[in-house]
Design a protein around this ligand. Sequence first.
Ligand SMILES: NC(=O)c1ccc[n+]([C@@H]2O[C@H](COP(=O)([O-])OP(=O)(O)OC[C@H]3O[C@@H](n4cnc5c(N)ncnc54)[C@H](O)[C@@H]3O)[C@@H](O)[C@H]2O)c1
Ligand SMILES: O=C[C@H](O)CS(=O)(=O)O
Length: 483
Amino acid sequence: MTLALRDPVLLETRAFVAGRWQAGTTTFDVRNPATGDLVARVADLGVDAMREAIDAAALAQKDWAARTAKERCTVLLGWQALMLEKADDLAEILTAEMGKPLAEARAEIVYGASFIQWFAEEARRVYGDVVPGHQRDKRILVLKQPIGVVGAITPWNFPNAMIARKVAPALAAGCAFVGRPARETPLSALAMAVLAERAGLPPGLLSIVTGTDSKALGLELCTNPKVRKLTFTGSTEVGRILMRQCAHDIKKLSLELGGNAPFIVFDDADLDAAVEGAIIAKYRNSGQTCVCANRIYVQQGVMEAFTDKIAAATARLEVGNGRDPGVAIGPLIDGAAVEKVEAHVEDAVRLGARVIVGGSRSALGGNYFQPTVLAGVERGMRILEEETFGPVAPLVAFESEDEVIAMANDTEFGLASYFYARDLGRVWRVAEALEFGMVGVNTGLISTAEAPFGGIKSSGLGREGSRHGIDDYLELKYVCMSV
Ligand SMILES: NC(=O)c1ccc[n+]([C@@H]2O[C@H](COP(=O)([O-])OP(=O)(O)OC[C@H]3O[C@@H](n4cnc5c(N)ncnc54)[C@H](O)[C@@H]3O)[C@@H](O)[C@H]2O)c1
Ligand SMILES: O=C[C@H](O)CS(=O)(=O)O
């Protein structure tokens, strides 16, 4: 498969390790989920390369931290500018390896770049404290210093933005960064490294170590004492493994994990707005986002009207290759993802749910699944208990506010949640009662660099973005000075 890139150098297949592009001795295939075509063969590196990257990061981090915040800011803003300048090529690469529609891929590039801009600016506002002393001869200072070498492991569903959301605060804070992208989607991370090098990031400060041995590469990041923080985005299951592996070194951890977002439509909602929000929250990235509406609760009085509207909107969504204009639902990442979605639908129907729209694999075959609306979904069906990670909207009826709050909170996860209502008292009550890290009120799209993204319970630890995001890459040092 040949990509039509204006800047073909961006399709880099070597790993970026310790300031050098390394081809390694073996490669792994990256294939287009839409067609199965080979996109590239990428360097398949192992633990030795990971150690080399970590060692180089430890050396480069000292000088980087010694630079002024303004100097770090300037380099990061140059990187951000290059990402925006090359957004079309970066989007082509992203769609080729991950499958999402091109328009969504380009939006992801802009979204990723916004984190680099945000934290470039935040770098200059890492303030410490001068605290009134507890004794006449004492002066209390609180310094904020970079934590050091940061290891990062990222998922395939947002191969640019999930790197950017981590590397930006890390570098802004004065840390060094060693990233290991998902084996399904390494090319976006490597293209970002090409631009980082062009932007003048010092050699060794940023490494992208590509390889298929997730466990060994991850274990090195978890157990190498030079790595002082691990930031992970992915499933809760893997997050638990990494948390255990980091325990020995008491590494600082950021975990952005799984979700099971409720989307609640009350009877005082603007139904057209609720449908618009549900379409975005459910079908963005073909349902493959951690904040997708996984459960759609509709108050009984408006269930029929809402069902008709969301069914009509869903039926209009075009399924196809993400490169084709007008396509809203691209392929899922692989066959296993299709099988999971299919199993959720079959389980729900077996237990009494009704297919309103879609309901099975697309006639296109391969990794395509029809956008689907299910009615009559009830507790006990897998589709409500597990993260479907696909284009299926399960509709669940409810009667009262208390009932739906209890159902919405009845999950181990606590990442995103959404609801549509116009009564002000209800908005406050429901927003405060939902046990999630994020709540969208009358909107289905909440993710932005300005806000703290993250969850509670089994959805993870820490926040990415906002003025809070950089704190996870800093250590507080208390200086007690006797004068
Ligand atoms: N909270 C968030 O911001 C967020 C964002 C995107 C995805 N996710 C979650 O990620 C999941 C989907 O992504 P995925 O399938 O890539 O998740 P995953 O957990 O299977 O993999 C994530 C990353 O971890 C690596 N990995 C897998 N096993 C590992 C191990 N034992 N040691 C070290 N690394 C290992 C993978 O290669 C990949 O790079 C969903 O649960 C989704 O909700 C969460
Ligand atoms: O699923 C991964 C991302 O966090 C989704 S978002 O674009 O940040 O909402």
